[in-house]
Design a protein around this ligand. Sequence first.
Ligand SMILES: [Zn+2]
Length: 126
Amino acid sequence: MHELSLVMNLLELCEAEASRGSFDRIDRIVLEVGELSGVSLPALRFSFDVAARGSVTESAVLEIREIPGRGWCLKCEETVPIREPLRECPACGSPVLLPTGGTEFRLCELVVRDRRMLEKSGKGER
Ligand SMILES: [Zn+2]
C-alpha cells in the first residue's frame, strides 16, 4: 500500500529526530497533503494508527491539512481549481492543464515533548 510506505518514511524521520533531539514523545504531527497527490486520507490515517504503535509517535495526533488542487490552463492563461490531475479546465474544457498546486505531501510541523523541560518541572531527582 502506497500510504503505508509514506507513513513508514514519516515514522523513520520522527524516530531519527527523537534520537537526535532531547524529546522522547511527539504530541502532534502536521502534514500537508495535496488533493492531487494521489494519497488517500482514510488509508493514510489507518496506516498511521497501525504503524505508530510502539514508537515515539504512539500518542501523537495526526493533523492533516488538505491543499486544494490547482492547475494552469494554457488556453485561459489562468490558474483554475481541479480535483484530479490532467483534468479538463472547468472554464473552457481544454484538457491541457499543468498542476501547480495540490500535489504536495509534506511534513509541516512536529510538536514534541521536551524531556529536559519535564525533568526540570518534576520534583527532585532519584
Ligand atoms: Zn481554460
